[in-house]
Design a protein around this ligand. Structure first.
Ligand SMILES: C[S@@+](CC[C@H](N)C(=O)[O-])C[C@H]1O[C@@H](n2cnc3c(N)ncnc32)[C@H](O)[C@@H]1O
Length: 226
């Protein structure tokens, strides 16, 4: 019997390759003028939930959020699959508690099981996980977290005047964008824009006290691992 690929396997592999290729130009997305007020607010707010905690960051990319989140943490392990993005993060001036490790977010095989983390963070990651994989992915993340651990996801809201248009929806309800890089290549990228109700339903009993904060261009979801 041949092994069947996991749902969304091609999409997941394509997304990793896309971000490796985009690494050098990635942070231009944080220069959009209309997003600056949201960004400053979220950067300022990000440290408090992690104060004194051991934090696992998933898909840290170029480390835009890392210095803000890690400011008051006791330990912060920033992980990403791609060396191209992580090299940019590693070259930044960061709080002394920050360490890096290459890790595939879909296996987390590179992350030691003990001691468990008491917090987790992922920026602009939830939106790229195929809907049919999110429940299992949350379960996997939670295997690395102690009960009561604080979890924060932040991500983009869809704003007609600022977001890349959606080009199609698949049978599972995932939405897609066509994106162009500076080298002229075009890429179809899965990008979902959940409502708070959809996100809470996906979390289900895994999460205690889920909270959703809507900014204009972003949302922030926080909860405690049950
Ligand atoms: C939208 S970027 C987010 C980067 C950063 N967290 C931020 O908010 O600016 C998505 C990141 O996911 C990483 N990535 C893609 N596939 C991955 C995987 N399977 N495991 C871990 N990271 C992955 C990419 O390298 C990229 O850095």
């Amino acid at each position: 019997m041949t092994a069947q690929p996991a749902p969304g396997a091609e999409v997941v592999a394509g997304m990793a390759a896309y971000y490796a290729r985009r690494a050098a130009e990635y942070e231009s997305v944080y220069a959009k003028p209309e997003r600056q007020a949201d960004l400053r607010q979220m950067e300022a707010d990000l440290a408090a939930p992690f104060a004194g905690r051991r934090v696992l960051e998933i898909a840290c990319g170029t480390g835009w959020w890392t210095p803000h989140g890690a400011r008051l943490a006791s330990d912060w392990l920033a992980t990403d699959l791609n060396p191209e993005t992580m090299a940019i993060a590693q070259a930044k001036r960061l709080p002394a508690c920050v360490r890096f490790a290459a890790a595939d977010a879909y296996t987390l095989a590179e992350i030691a099981h003990e001691p468990l983390f008491d917090a987790a963070f992922a920026g602009c990651w939830w939106s790229h996980v195929p809907l049919q994989r999110l429940p299992a992915w949350l379960d996997l993340l939670h295997t690395k977290l102690a009960p009561g651990a604080r979890v924060v996801f932040l991500d983009n809201s869809f704003v007609q005047t600022s977001s890349t248009p959606l080009t199609r929806t698949d049978e599972a309800g995932n939405t897609y964008q066509q994106r162009r890089l500076n080298d002229g290549s075009t890429h179809e990228v899965l990008k979902n824009f959940p409502t708070p109700e959809e996100a809470f339903a996906l979390l289900g009993p895994r999460a205690r006290r889920p909270q959703w904060q809507a900014h204009t261009h972003y949302w922030v979801l926080q909860y405690e691992r049950a």
